[in-house]
Ligand binder design. Structure first.
Ligand code: PEP
Length: 250
């Protein structure tokens, strides 16, 4: 059975003190349910602190990005082994903000994915179409090529470490959500695309999260769809009450 996951991407929010407050609130409200994995992704400077604070609690810590090289002269960058050394086993790659503001391409992401896999990290791989793609009815082909160019040269075994997060760019931080039907339609398409590239068993085992303005008041409906295995949450993950409410909707 595939994993159900709710992950919070805190982006460039919360300094050390604020991170401490949010983590304490989360720990106080969090009820561990073995069927749902809960993940938070604080900023780099607070990852070590978060991984220490969450020891003994079933909330996992992810990084929001990672460099593809093992190390060296890459001023300002963070490597996989640095993340692992502070207790971080998961990394978000391919977020639309990284693609849009930092020029990350599918080819670069393919390298990052391979580096993370070499370090046995779990990858939350984000992808999704822009508004123009949907308007011009190219959303399926855009999503297919994002997957193909970044992930489809991986061997089957590598997919044990991959979680997908379909995030239509037009729904991120905009208050505009894909309807549950639009999310289901795309998630089913993604599963079919993976089944064609690999096989049905693998496609059925991959968790596919939806991301884009998920809030406590729309999470239940979206998560009820059969191919939606959880959510990647931005804005609503910055508040313990709303994030936990979303996790409980799964
Ligand atoms: C995100 O940034 O991944 C995201 C889904 O943001 P929001 O929930 O704020 O739309």
């Amino acid at each position: 059975m595939r994993k159900k996951i709710v992950a919070g991407n805190w982006k460039m929010n919360k300094n050390l003190e604020e991170t401490g407050v949010l983590l304490s609130e989360l720990k106080a409200k969090f009820k561990n349910t073995p069927s749902v994995e809960v993940i938070v992704a604080p900023t780099f400077t607070n990852l070590y602190y978060a991984s220490q604070e969450l020891k003994g609690c079933d909330i996992l810590v992810a990084a929001q990005n990672m460099h593809q090289a093992e190390g060296g002269a890459f001023t300002g960058e963070i490597s996989a082994s640095m993340l692992k050394s502070v207790g971080v086993e998961l990394v978000i790659l391919g977020h639309s903000e990284r693609r849009a503001y930092f020029g990350e391409t599918n080819e670069l992401l393919s390298e990052k994915v391979k580096t993370a896999l070499r370090h046995d990290m779990t990858i939350l791989f984000c992808f999704g179409e822009e508004l123009e793609d949907r308007k011009s009815e190219n959303h399926f082909s855009v999503v297919e090529s994002q997957l193909k160019n970044a992930l489809f040269d991986l061997n089957e075994d590598a997919w044990k470490n991959i979680v997908l997060a379909y995030e239509p760019v037009w729904a991120i931080g905009t208050g505009e959500t894909a309807s549950p039907e639009q999310a289901q339609e795309m998630h089913a398409f993604i599963r079919k695309t993976i089944a064609n590239a690999y096989n049905t068993k693998l496609a059925e085992e991959v968790s596919i999260l939806y991301g884009g303005s998920v809030k406590p008041n729309n999470a239940t409906e979206i998560f009820a769809k059969p191919d939606v295995d959880g959510g990647l949450i931005g804005g609503a993950s910055l508040n313990a009450e709303s994030f936990i409410a979303i996790a409980e909707a799964l």
